[in-house]
Design a protein around this ligand. Structure first.
Ligand code: FAD
Length: 332
């Protein structure tokens, strides 16, 4: 059942992604970033993980901060690329020991200098295999540490799957670079769900139709878990170029020109937020179950975007919107 706020309005669910800090300046600001994003009441705050384990301790520190200083559910990204089975098991146990019980299971990208066709994987070859391993290790862990089974409120987006754990996965509306056809992406997502994934977050994309078409195709292929679109307010041409590379899409010319024409930081920020707001509203109107925001450790743009789509009250942590009909969660 959807959460309904006291005034009867239905909430637009949203979540945030953070990077572990890469320098002392960001590390010093992190407590404030976490506190201010948590005050907006997201469903989760997820923390990225450097492929190959490069950010293992800084990711864990940040997840621990979210767990111990807020009441928001921390969600740990984990990658398995280059890991042996024993190493991946050890990392999952280490996170569970810290009370981190919800995961985003990823294969991870090839190491620098290698391509998709090179041999770079370890014992686990896909995100689906990591999903399966997380469930297995977690079951064993809970049986020896039952107190970990309790802890956090079940996130609203967790539907189906195995009790007590959200294991999310990645989805690619414009196809993963390794895929030869979009059908292969549907199959990869189906394999993740069969392994026990119960929520998917998408890679970045530029057009609402990319997402809506993908969800329709995935549903036809048999995927039932919610597929939450991942969004970012792009406020510079450099970032837009990087985003297009990640999305595997041509740079959207209109947005690029608007960013180029904008003469100040404030004007570029407005272009990026306006574009992301329009996209978010189209996605929600099309049946998206909520939105996942790639914050890039920023507070202002995500907050402004959420205020514009009516997911939060301006200037406060209230969260009221009357946009989403009941049952939206099960539709996308
Ligand atoms: P998989 O889907 O397991 O595999 C990639 C491709 O292989 C598939 O798309 C498909 O083409 C093929 N494939 C796999 N299984 C099958 C199958 N059963 N049948 C047919 N084809 C199959 N990277 C990081 O390093 N750290 C992060 O924190 C991080 N966070 C991310 C968060 C999100 C929301 C997203 C979308 C991506 C993130 N990434 C992160 C990037 C991710 O690691 C890369 O995109 C990686 O190349 C693919 O990981 P995956 O788990 O989706 O791979």
């Amino acid at each position: 059942a959807a959460r309904v706020d006291p005034d009867g309005a239905q909430r637009i669910p949203f979540s945030f992604e953070l990077f572990p800090p890469r320098n002392a300046d960001v590390a010093a600001r992190m407590p404030d970033i976490v506190a201010r994003l948590a005050a907006l009441r997201p469903e989760f705050i997820s923390v990225t993980f450097g492929a190959g384990g490069s950010s293992r301790s800084t990711s864990l520190d940040l997840l621990r901060r979210i767990r111990t200083t807020t009441d928001i559910t921390p969600l740990a990204h984990l990658t398995c690329v280059g890991s042996s089975y024993a190493e991946a098991t050890g990392i999952i146990r280490e996170f569970l020991d810290e009370g981190i019980t919800n995961f985003l299971a990823l294969r991870g990208d090839p190491p620098a200098g290698l391509g998709e066709d090179d041999e770079f994987l370890g014992d686990l070859r896909t995100g689906a295999e990591l999903v399966q391993l997380i469930h297995r290790v977690r079951r064993e862990h809970v049986s020896v540490t039952p107190s970990l089974a309790a802890g956090h409120e079940e996130p609203r987006w967790r539907v189906g799957g195995r009790p007590g754990a959200t294991v999310c996965v990645a989805a690619y509306p414009n196809g993963h670079p390794r895929s030869r056809s979009i059908r292969q992406d549907y199959d990869a997502l189906l394999a993740k769900e069969a392994a026990g994934a119960n929520l998917a977050f998408t890679q970045l994309f530029f057009h609402a139709d990319d997402y809506l078409r993908f969800v329709e195709g995935a549903r036809t292929a048999g995927v039932t878990m919610p597929i939450v679109p991942g969004l970012l307010a792009v406020t510079s041409t450099a970032r837009l170029r990087r985003m297009a590379e990640l999305a595997g899409e041509p740079i959207p010319v209109g947005l690029y020109r608007s960013l180029e024409r904008a003469r100040s930081v404030g004007a570029r920020r407005e272009v990026g937020i306006a574009h992301a707001t329009a996209l978010a509203l189209d996605l929600l109107d099309g049946g998206a179950p909520g939105i996942h925001l790639y914050t890039q450790n920023r507070i202002d743009e995500p907050t402004e975007l959420l205020a514009r789509i009516g997911a939060i009250e301006r200037g406060g942590a209230g969260l009221h919107a009357d946009r989403m009909p009941a049952g939206t969660l099960s539709r996308a």
